[in-house]
Structures are given as C-alpha cells and as structure tokens.
Design a binder for this molecule. Structure first.
Ligand code: MG
Length: 384
C-alpha cells in the first residue's frame, strides 16, 4: 500500500449523482433542483471546495451531462464520469475515474446540507483509522418485520443511521468495490465485506438525503435567523439628510450624534439582532466622541464584518423608511445599491420601500423620520 504524506495527503472525492430521483416527483434529476439561490449539486460542491479535498469526480447519468458540465465549469479540479446500474457500480466507476490518491471521500450528491467540518472530520478519521463513516444515532425505534408482523425489536442505543460522506484509504475502498458484486447500499458495507473495520464519525441530523417530494419543500435556508431593527430621528434645519448613505437634497436633515442615517441604523440593528450580537447603541455609543458626525456607512461595513465573523451570511434585508417628505422613490435605487455594496451582498437581496404616516403624528408633521428593517441570515460554514 502506498504511504500517505500526512502533512499534505492527496485527497479525492467521488460525488454520486447518477440516480434519477424518481421519488421526488421532479421531471429532472434532484441534483439540479434549486435550493435558495443554487442547485443541490452546486451547494454540495461549495462545501467540498472549502474542505481538504483537492479534486472531485462527479458520477452522473448521461442524460444530465450537458446540465452538469455547465454547472461545474466554474469549479476547479472537477471531472465527470458515467454511473452504472447499481450504486456500487457507480462508486466503482467514480473511484476509477478519480484515479489513485491517498484518501477517497464518497458522498451522495443529494446531501446538500453536509458541512465542510463534517467532510474534514471524516477525512481526519480516515487518516487516523483508515475510515471515517458519517453517522447519527437512530432517533426512531427500528424493528425487523415479516410482511405486516413485527418479528423483533433492535436495541436503539446501539443503532446508527449511516450518512455520507464515507471516507477511506483509497486503495482499500477500491479493492473492496472491485471484489463486491453484491447490491451493497452504502460504502461501509462494501468496506466491511472486504474484511476492514469501519469507524464512525458524528454527522448531523440536518445532513439529510433529498429523497421524497417533501424533502424539497424547505427552501428556507437551514439554520436561518430572523432579525428586526427600528430607529427614529428628529428632522431639523441645518443638517444634511442622509438615508442609506445617499445624501438627499432637502431643507432639513436628521439630528443625531452620527450622521443620523435612520435607515442604515435600522438595518444594522436588524443584522446584529439576527446574529445574536449587541445592538448599535452598545457597539457605537453616542457618548463616545469617536462616533461624533461619523458616516453610518462606515459603521455598516463594520457590522457586516461582525455578522460574517459570527458565522452568518445575508440572505435578505427588507426595510421601510417612514417619512412625510421629501419623496424618496427617486432615490431608492441608489440607496439599495449603496447598502448592497457596503454589505457585500447581492442587490436582489436588499429591498427598501418608503411610506408616509398620512400627516399623522410627529413624522406626519415633518418633525421626524423613522425606519424599520428586517433581515434573514443563514449560517455560513466556518464563520468566515
Ligand atoms: Mg439612530
């Protein structure tokens, strides 16, 4: 057997995508289904790109070749090969196409909720023990049945549900699959039939395999967090009016310690709230001279960094500015662009509207402006 360079092992991955996914009821392969902004396959590839894997082979059915080739064109070191008529044959084709390496990571293309940490943990286990099979303790009680009769109960404390990735020393798993002509349903089974001992790595209950139509429903990002923010400032003469970083011509401006950008303040508090971080009153106190007259856009950039570092990506922001006048609609496009640039977010993820109070209250009399913002954040892989 080849000796593995433990400092810089050559790690390849086989992503098995050759099934037709008939149980999802889609007219196409489920790996091409969009979850959030990306397909299932791209979501999987994003996780592997951040892992210790150097190169990948995707095992596909010929019917998906054009679509898959287009999707993978922007990913480095990704090849494709055709599957066989069983999963075991598909994996064997994938291992042969991948070519010799130290460690082979085998993953189901229909498990997009795997994390980079889980992939790397299975690799670490394979480097240490020869194998790393991702699994979670069974939650349901499992019984063997014969027809409609229960035959026996299995002790739940010793039962685990196998997931992927399942990661092995390449030579061992290749040998196991070459000599395995049975219809094994997972890689650890082929590996154990060849006489090896398989080691478990803790997976996640979120790491589901998309199988049935109901699995496709949660397009809401997993681990999503909702945030809400609100702010109000007095309108006074002799100050510039700054909304979402845009200076708007008007005879009055918002009063405050900073530039009093009411919209940016509401957006920052929404983001901080969703990320579980202290609000802007705590982070940037108006008693601190450092923030006197500061452009709120600078604070927004700082908030964006804090949110990312806390482990979150921005999925969407929706905000409303409440002002009797001036008319804000001509400025909405530049406000959205400003916020998207400062937050390093997609323009389509940022939405801003404006409304009045029908001349009611202090806002209606032109003495104040308010803004409310909500946001959705999703967990990023590594708090980067
Ligand atoms: Mg404020």
């Amino acid at each position: 057997m080849r000796s593995i360079d433990s400092e810089k092992p050559d790690i390849g991955a086989v992503i098995v995508c050759a099934g037709r996914g008939m149980r999802t009821g889609l007219a196409y392969n489920k790996i091409l289904y969009n979850i959030g902004q990306k397909t299932v396959l791209e979501t999987v590839l994003d996780k592997f790109v951040c892992s210790r894997v150097n190169r990948l082979t995707i095992v596909i059915s010929p019917a998906d070749e054009d679509a898959v080739k287009e999707l993978i064109s922007s990913y480095p070191n990704v090849g494709i090969c055709y599957g066989g008529d069983t999963r075991a044959k598909s994996v064997l084709n994938g291992l042969n196409a991948l070519g010799a390496c130290d460690i082979a990571v085998i993953h189901d293309g229909a498990r997009p909720f795997v994390t980079t940490d889980i992939i790397d943990a299975s690799i670490a286990s394979a480097l240490k023990y020869g194998s790393g099979v991702v699994a979670v303790p069974s939650v349901d009680t499992v019984k063997t049945v014969d027809g409609d009769k229960i035959v026996s109960s299995l002790p739940r404390e010793r039962l685990y549900n196998m997931q992927t990735p399942q990661t092995f020393v390449f030579d061992d798993i290749l040998k196991a699959y070459e000599n395995c002509d049975e219809k094994v349903t997972d890689d650890s089974e082929a590996y154990m039939r060849a006489g090896f001992t398989a080691h478990i790595v803790k997976g996640s209950y979120d790491n589901i395999k998309i199988t049935n139509a109901s699995d496709l429903i949660p397009s809401f990002p997993r681990g999503a967090r909702l945030g809400i923010g609100f702010d109000v400032h007095r309108l006074v003469a002799g100050r510039p009016l700054v909304i979402g970083g845009v200076v708007i011509p008007y005879d009055k401006g918002l009063d405050g310690h900073s530039d009093a950008d009411v919209l940016t303040h509401a957006v920052m508090d929404a983001l901080l709230s969703a990320a579980g971080l202290p609000d802007i009153g705590v982070l940037f106190p108006d008693t601190d001279d450092k923030y006197k007259g500061i452009s709120s856009v600078l604070l927004l950039k700082d908030v964006a960094k804090r949110v990312k570092k806390a482990g979150f990506n921005i999925v969407s922001i929706s905000a409303v500015v409440i002002a009797q006048s001036p008319k804000l609609s001509p400025h909405i496009a530049s406000i959205r662009e400003n916020l998207a640039t400062d937050l390093d977010a997609e323009l389509s993820a940022i939405n801003v509207s404006a409304t009045t109070t029908e001349h009611l209250g202090l806002i209606g009399s032109g003495d104040a402006m308010a803004a409310s913002a909500s946001c959705i954040l999703s967990e990023n892989d590594r708090g980067e």
